[in-house]
Design a protein around this ligand. Sequence first.
Ligand code: SF4
Ligand code: SF3
Length: 546
Amino acid sequence: MSMFCYQCQEAAGGKGCSLRGVCGKNDVVAKSQDLLMYTLKGLSMVNLIAKENGIQRDDVDKFIMESLFTTITNVNFDDKVIYERVFEGVSLREELKNELKAKGLEISKLNHDAANFVISLEDAQKKAEEVSILKTENEDIRSLRELITYGVKGMAAYANHAYVLKHVNSDIFKFMQRALAKTLDDTLSADELVSLALETGKYAVDVMALLDKANTSTYGNPEITKVNIGVRNNPAILISGHDLKDLEQLLEQTKGTGVDVYTHGEMLPAHYYPAFKKYDHFVGNYGNAWWLQDKEFELFNGPILMTTNCLVLPKDSYKDRLYTTGVVGFPGVKHIKEDKNGNKDFSEIIEHAKRCKPPVQIEEGEIIGGFAHNQVLQLADKVVEAVKSGAIRKFVVMAGCDGRMKSREYYTEFAKKLPKDTVILTAGCAKYRYNKLQLGDIGGIPRVLDAGQCNDSYSLAVIALKLKEVFELNDINELPIVYNIAWYEQKAVTVLLALLYLGVKNIHLGPTLPAFLSPNVAKVLVENFGIGGITNVDDDIKMMIG
Ligand code: SF4
Ligand code: SF3
């Protein structure tokens, strides 16, 4: 075994990738990520003591957040960049210790290796092997530690998107670091770790609320929007990932250049925000979910900017047109850095686009979206009436991620076979499995309501809580809503923990349950929250819809 990783749904054999990641990351990258996580845990231990003693280093909070984000599936494949973060983490940790010492403070509590190790680049791989997640021998403790760690990784991603829009919550940073530090605490029992996992859900709700506020106060409330999926005859840039601030800067800089901008993957919901509607050259959405990018990027012809996950191993046919920014990275792919004010200069990409042919049309028509909480609550009367009259029998939350496994065809089939009096509520790239089907509407309410990106699952929770209030119910689970969620990477773990914290029961999670859930931890989730997997479309529809 040259590596071990089981953080995403595509973990090899449903157990874990041990030779090379199904995502394409090799053992060198996997090990650098293991060591970075260990470094961040040690840094968090020290930073928490510093915080308790009045030392507040914003740069450390930012470093931990960005580094966690770096390790999410399909974000960064560059071990050089990841090891640089390891060394920067160690040096920040030592700076903090010196600051504590200078204040005459006792730091003897810090006897954990993670808070003390120092290495050279030559020893880094060996050290990484020593801190592999498999070193936690008890599979239940390991399972809970990783459940919490992945929840925190997803929180870091969402906190980062809010941060670039200048929305920061220091309690979230503090919790993330406390949770990370606790995953190295051998005195904690499984029960204590279960409580910590549930507490992670509380902060998961907070971070999604923070990001929702950041997005809507900066760009306005998403509104019902038809998005073009065809192309125009101009050179163009494709922007993918979740970072709206990057999109804003790109749209500003491409104004009047003759270069069009299209969204891809999780950037599609940007079209729903009023602030982006004023750009005539913001043409539409190109392609589908992340895993089809190797085919679709080839056909796009112009440069592609990856602002976050999901990046897949680029083909030579478009690698020289690919650019990364933020925490994304791939060896040999050009990276656009931000300046000290957070501004990015995309002129190189714009000039590149001018030399390229327009995109090849792969689809035509429109898709509709923009059903985030504000918009849906404006339609509340209509929705409530449709439920009361029986026109809508059930809502089916099908939020989450898409992925490359064939078994995900289930979700297309499921959407097609759902009875006509049901409405799908979606968010995240899971939607690409059914958002181009003609599923019709119920009295003008489309049967697929897309709230936005995966973090906009928060909107779905707000809508559910509002409906609970309108129908005067005591429990969110009394609503006519069922949950059939598709997961892939760690942000989906964050969303899941958030839903559990909000009291949602009987969530179906697929296409497979996480490999990192040990049988005992899975049992806890089944017994306390009714979490289940999926079986086949017909039986599941019968069970969920009746
Ligand atoms: Fe395997 Fe997923 Fe880890 Fe990649 S991120 S190595 S596919 S478990
Ligand atoms: Fe998709 Fe990668 Fe999760 Fe934000 S883009 S949902 S998988």
